[in-house]
Design a protein around this ligand. Structure first.
Ligand code: HEM
Length: 433
């Protein structure tokens, strides 16, 4: 590692941090939402931003929208594109010059940050594994993973719902879909959590080192996996990719794609399960209705995603001059699409803060985005979260919080880091002992 380069990166990171901190002092709503002051409850800030207009320009030069209609049309508009965060945040994730050529970052160098035609070509390679019919076939396997996780909790009157349950199920589900042994699940989960944290930007040199280490480990693991599958004749997703002729990006683009599939659904689905369980434990009527009718689990997941979207916002860049809701955006202008704000737009969802799984438009939220980058794993996430929540309360109907619920300290990815729980019956016996 070149110490001069590391020093330069350190200074740049510090300058970025001081800049954002300085802006927060101006009480600019963008800095508030993108900074750390709104972590506890970001939702009133989104309301404030929407109250300024469908699209507003803020001190930092970014445009924002928290309106459902505008968000949806921007996300579907080919005049907007995506780009790697390094291009707009201005600080690189890699430490050694040249690593961007050698390593495959699952977010920075995958379809998530690519535009057509590369995006379309690569997404098509893996889309067949995420169609409704492919997922229908996979559902019993996901259900089996949920059942096994619940079996392991049977003897435990107290446990942490996030660590012992919500974090386990999505990792095992995606590992099964990719046909990768789940034995490495703790390592996968760690990779997912490091990378999810960087969606907020990289604030310190030690965070940068952690990202670098994670991307190096993932690149090595996945390159080996693809090389092994290239020898075989399997028809699983990774084997098919391994036999694909790589495009201009070489094998690295395939490594990044498998990496994205592996980690994109971890923190997100974990948070959806955690938030849903928290809601059900706090609302006895809703829980009774679910126990009465399993069909309610799916709309409960949708309403959870609407009100507590695990991905709070995304970014788009104007690729050409474009007018949005009366604002002229020049090419290169960046627009923050507040998915979580759009999900509470009263024009789309009357009485938006009310949790109502019977809403006619319950699936119209933007938690999975929309348009070209619509979450490829949305169907899988829905199956996983629905089975996880329904299974949990069917097996532990009297589950209740048993300690302090803690939230992750990340602003783009939102969810609980700890939900200590116990079965009500257990509380009595534990109290006696
Ligand atoms: C509740 C769980 C999940 C949520 C809330 C979620 C949310 C999102 C969002 C908001 C985007 C689009 C970002 C943008 O428009 O810029 C996205 C993209 C993506 N998600 Fe998910 N996701 C979830 C689960 C999953 C799962 C389980 C997978 C498994 C494969 C997955 C794979 C992907 C991929 C591959 C993309 C990139 C799509 C593209 O760029 O074309 N996600 N997700």
């Amino acid at each position: 590692m070149n110490p001069l380069r590391e020093l330069k990166i350190g200074l740049k990171t510090l300058a970025m941090r001081s800049f954002v901190r300085g802006l927060t002092l101006t009480r600019d709503p963008v800095a508030t939402v993108l900074g750390r002051t709104a972590l506890a409850d970001p939702y009133p800030h989104y309301e404030r931003i929407r109250a300024r207009g469908e699209v507003s320009r803020h001190l930092v030069g970014l445009y924002l929208t928290a309106g459902h209609g505008t968000a949806k049309s921007v996300l579907r508009d080919p005049r907007f594109g995506v780009e790697p965060a390094v291009d707009h945040v201005g600080v690189d994730w890699n430490i050694d010059a040249g690593d961007a050529e050698r390593l495959a970052h699952p977010m920075e160098q995958s379809i998530l940050t690519m535009n057509p035609p590369e995006h379309t070509r690569l997404r098509r390679l893996v889309a067949p594994w995420f169609t409704a019919s492919a997922l229908r076939e996979f559902t019993p396997r996901a259900q089996e993973i949920v059942d096994n996780a619940l079996d392991d909790l049977v003897a435990r009157p107290r446990f942490d719902l996030v660590t012992d349950y919500a974090s386990r199920v999505p990792v095992e589900v995606i590992s099964a879909l990719l046909d990768i042994p789940a034995a490495d699940r703790f390592q996968f989960a760690r990779w997912g959590s490091v990378l999810a944290g960087t969606l907020d930007g990289i604030r310190t040199l030690s965070e940068r080192r952690a990202v670098h280490r994670t991307v190096s480990e993932m690149t090595e693991f996945l390159s080996y996996l693809l090389a092994r599958r290239r020898i075989g004749h399997g028809d699983d997703l990774v084997s098919r990719l391994a036999h694909t002729e790589p495009g201009e990006g070489g094998v690295r683009e395939l490594v990044a794609l498998v990496g994205l599939l592996l980690v994109a659904g971890f923190e997100t689905t974990v948070n959806a399960i955690g938030s849903g369980a928290l809601r059900l434990m706090g609302d006895t009527e809703l829980r009774a209705a679910l126990l009465d009718d399993s069909e309610l689990a799916a709309p409960i997941v949708e309403e959870t995603l609407r009100l507590e979207p695990p991905v709070q916002f995304t970014l788009r860049k104007a690729l050409e001059p474009v007018e949005v809701a009366g604002q002229e955006l020049a090419p290169g202008a960046m627009l923050v699409v507040l998915l979580a704000g759009a999900n509470r737009d009263p024009l789309m969802f009357p009485d938006p803060t009310r949790f109502d799984p019977t809403r006619a438009n319950v699936r119209e939220h933007l938690a999975f985005s929309v348009g070209a980058h619509y979450c490829l794993g949305a169907g899988l996430a829905r199956i996983t979260a629905t089975a996880a929540l329904d299974g949990l309360f069917r097996r532990r109907p009297d589950l209740a919080p048993a300690g302090t619920v803690r939230y992750k300290q990340t602003r783009n990815i939102r969810g609980c880091s700890a939900i200590p729980v116990e079965a009500a019956g257990a509380r009595i016996s534990l109290g006696r002992s």
